[in-house]
Design a binder for this molecule. Structure first.
Ligand code: IFM
Length: 463
């Protein structure tokens, strides 16, 4: 009998090896699909942003990406060969709703339907993210997330998608990492739409939260047996020094990453400290929306990669006042993104958010690392990624043993893909992609992930 190597989850008693825990892989539409102008798909803000000179490393774009639009069958077969239990993909809004007049693009819906049906046929559970950053450009043209109407349009889009797929989807996520869209896209200007404005940032936060709140009842009506939630990102914020200013900065950074979202979502109010600083940047009458935003969710998704080491900064411009910046932290191993490998930060983060809020189940919706992988005749040996997963899975195990309700873990990412402003240089995949030939090669980490799942299924006596 085939004996899978069990190098990722050393503790064979781990609760993660039980049936009620799900292991998956994740991707997002713009990062893998390519075919950005076919079958009625219109521009997203990322199509437009990538055309701006200097916006993306190496002038890369998602135009071809992993050509998943044409290769999805092969990709699902690869997933199946790795014993993957669940696949978290995102739907491209501009593939599905093609104009400001709410034209529905049936071809776009059909594209996702074939994928979802194929996943179900293969016994892989589909998880869907409705917004993974590719806002239709026609909405950006009326102000994007700065305009309340975008929240209403999101609810319409969520309604259409969930009417179409209903309960076939195990879990819907309204938003992926609204912090990133708001802060990297509207304050730091390094993501689409490339703005640098504090007011735009807080409007974006509020309107995404409102969109979530407007969509949730529709999702529940259309897919009463699916789980519904939202996915946030971040880690612990640690002050670079013991100075009062750095500690203050670290606290604000933490609150903007977590409390700015969790507090309205779970408690129906924005955090006092942030209101004192930034109330004027929120839309007028924002209070009236708080009741809509606070919906019961079935889960909170957490994307964890690293910690943030923060120091206080001098304000740059009055309208983009930012009191903190990331500090260079040197003592930990770094990934190719320059991020510290810091598995204990996952525990610190989850312990803290569970202490501060009454949370439903938690799903780790993304976790992973970029390294400079090389293909050799022997394959792609990525021991540091194997080690990264091993260390983080040990933490997830610990958290579950300590009584925290974590029900799923998704590795980011299934395939090497378009890493936003970094282009194709940063490889996060369990599967290596040669972007010239589109050749896929399963990395050692992918084999290890597949072996862990083979072991789990053997242990559980699955066929
Ligand atoms: O690639 C991204 C993903 O789109 C969102 N979460 C973080 C990943 C790595 O940067």
């Amino acid at each position: 009998m085939y004996k899978p190597m069990q190098e990722l989850l050393i503790d064979t008693q781990s609760p993660l090896l039980k049936n009620n825990f799900t292991f998956g892989v994740a991707t997002s539409a713009y990062q893998i699909e390519g075919s950005t102008t076919v079958e009625g798909k219109v521009d997203s803000i990322w199509d437009v942003f990538c055309r701006q000179e200097g916006a993306i490393a190496n002038s890369d774009s998602g135009e071809i990406a992993c050509d998943h639009f044409n290769r999805w069958k092969e990709d699902i077969a690869l997933m199946k060969s790795l014993n993957i239990e669940a696949y978290r993909l995102s739907i491209s809004w501009p593939r599905v709703i093609s104009s400001i007049d709410r034209e529905i693009n049936q071809q776009g819906l059909n594209f996702y339907q074939q994928i979802i049906d194929c996943l179900i046929e293969q016994g892989i559970k589909p998880y869907i993210t409705l917004y993974h950053w590719d806002l239709p450009q026609y909405l950006q043209d009326i102000g994007g997330w700065q305009n309340r109407k975008t929240a209403e349009e999101f609810a319409f889009y969520a309604d259409i998608v969930s009417q179409f797929f209903g309960d076939k989807i195990v879990a819907y996520a309204t938003f992926n990492e609204p912090w990133v869209t708001s802060f990297l896209g509207h304050l730091h200007g390094i993501h689409a739409p490339g703005l640098q404005c504090r007011k735009a940032t807080y409007h974006s936060v509020h309107h995404q939260l409102l969109a979530h709140g407007l969509a949730l009842p529709l999702l529940r009506k259309n897919a009463p047996n699916s789980q519904h939630g939202i996915v946030l990102n971040g880690g612990p914020s640690q002050a670079a020094t013991d100075s009062f200013n750095d500690k203050y900065a670290a606290n604000i950074a933490y609150q903007e990453q977590w409390d700015l979202f969790l507090s309205p979502l779970m408690s129906g109010c924005y955090p006092d400290t942030l209101l004192e600083l930034y109330q004027n940047y929120l839309p007028k009458n924002y209070q009236e929306d708080l009741l809509i935003i606070k919906q019961t969710v079935d889960y909170i998704g957490v994307n964890y990669y690293t910690r943030n080491v923060v120091q206080s900064a001098t304000p740059v411009m009055s309208n983009q006042y930012t009191c903190y910046e990331n500090a260079e932290a040197t003592e930990f191993e770094k990934t190719a993104m320059g991020w510290d490998v810091y598995p204990q930060g996952l525990k610190m983060t989850i312990d803290k958010i569970c202490q501060d809020y009454q949370l439903p189940a938690i799903m780790i919706m993304e976790n992973g690392a970029a390294f400079d992988d090389k293909v050799t005749p022997q394959g792609v040996d990525d021991p540091r990624r194997v080690q990264y997963f091993k260390a983080h899975l040990a933490v997830v195990s610990q958290l579950v043993i300590s009584g925290i309700n974590i029900s799923a873990y998704f590795a980011w990412s299934f395939l090497d893909n378009f890493e936003w402003a970094e282009g194709y240089n940063k490889r996060f995949g369990l599967v290596h992609v040669d972007f010239e030939s589109q050749q896929r090669t399963i990395k050692r980490s992918g084999i290890a992930y597949g072996d862990m799942l083979a072991f789990k299924h053997q242990l559980r006596g699955d066929k």
